[in-house]
Write a protein that binds this ligand. Structure first.
Ligand code: TXA
Ligand code: MG
Length: 308
């Protein structure tokens, strides 16, 4: 549990340019004052993240989001009205007050109002928007507990707030509204839901070719150290491994039965991958999830984790 005094201390650390690990409903974030370029530079250093990969800015109120956006299209109102606070990030044109280091030089900014009460209260007390990528070293598995973040970043951060295990479990859905709506990163808010709400088709970016509209979406990402394979009914490889399945069990050194609903599966995915990775096995095999829209965010993370 996060205490009142701890929140005050964390808010003070942020105002002074420090780094705080904060819980959100998706994954834990490594937060800094988004308006302080020096503080944001430290995020990149601590994560080992390339400067070409822009950050999401977390806000506690719509007015805070609008104060960072050069324009706020009607579709942003519709999407934020339905999904904020929650696991949806909106990319809109930025105002000059947002430092270039936050957006990797792009003239757009990614904004999200997190649903986790600790994150929202932290932003309120800090009184500034918070830039926060996932609280792990670059290309490693995202953290869904404070312990995961501590193991990855440890003493390189000023404070870690423990808000319990994340309830959504995979990173937010990212939608660009700088032109026709474009899904940059699938998540637990499905394409079908977005299209229904907006009443028009939403394009998707699935393959990176040429300059990417979302430069942080590297092919290999979210990966455990142990090689990960996505299986479609093939037998398990030789050697000792972990097998994550949702429908058909197979005998493995570590057999992990996953929930058969997308929501339940997402919530446990990183926790189980962290556990399997820590077991020091030869491989982690994963049964390919169902090919249905609500599973696309999960399949996207697994595909990236399996990429060489
Ligand atoms: O759920 C989440 O989104 C978590 C929590 C902490 O909020 N954060 C997160 O941050 O996943 P990160 O840094 O791991 O991923 C940020 C994503 C990347 O795919 C990046 O390309 C995209 O957001 N992004 C950020 N700013 C952008 C921009 N201006 N234009 C396009 N894509 C942007
Ligand atoms: Mg990340």
């Amino acid at each position: 549990m996060v205490l009142d005094e701890e929140l005050d201390r964390a808010a003070a650390v942020l105002r002074q340019g420090g780094l705080v690990v904060m819980p959100t409903e998706t994954v834990y974030g490594l937060a800094a004052n988004a308006l302080d370029a020096e503080a944001v530079k430290r995020i990149y250093e601590v994560k080992g993240r390339p400067a070409t990969s822009p950050l999401i800015v977390h806000v506690a109120a719509i007015e805070m989001a609008r104060s960072l956006a050069r324009c706020w299209p009607e579709e942003a109102n519709v999407l934020a009205g339905r999904y904020w606070p929650g696991p949806l990030t909106l990319v809109v044109p930025k105002r000059p007050v947002v430092p270039d280091v936050v957006t990797a030089g792009l003239d757009t900014v990614a904004l999200r109002m997190p649903a986790h009460p600790v994150a929202r209260e932290l932003i309120r007390r800090a009184t500034v928007p918070l830039a926060a990528p996932s609280a792990n070293r670059f290309t490693q598995l995202s953290p869904t507990t404070a312990e995961h973040a501590r193991a990855s970043l440890g003493d390189q951060v000023d404070l870690i707030l423990d808000g319990g295990p994340c309830q959504v479990g995979i990173e937010s859905t990212v939608v660009s509204l700088t032109g026709d709506p474009l899904l940059l990163r699938p998540g637990m808010i499905s394409l079908a839901e977005l299209e229904r709400l907006l009443g028009r088709p939403v394009k998707t970016v699935s393959k990176v070719e040429g300059p990417h509209p979302s430069p942080g979406l590297h092919e290999r990402h979210y990966a455990p150290r142990t090689p990960l394979l996505l299986l479609k009914g093939e037998p398990l490889p030789a050697g000792r491994g972990a097998y994550l399945y949702w429908s058909r069990p197979q005998r493995a050194a570590l057999q992990i039965s996953m929930p058969a609903t997308a929501e339940g599966y997402a919530k446990r995915l990183y926790e189980e991958l962290h556990r399997a990775d820590a077991a020091g096995l030869d491989w982690i095999a994963v049964e390919t999830p169902p090919d249905e829209p609500e599973w696309w965010g999960i399949t996207d993370r697994l595909r990236r984790a399996a990429a060489k």
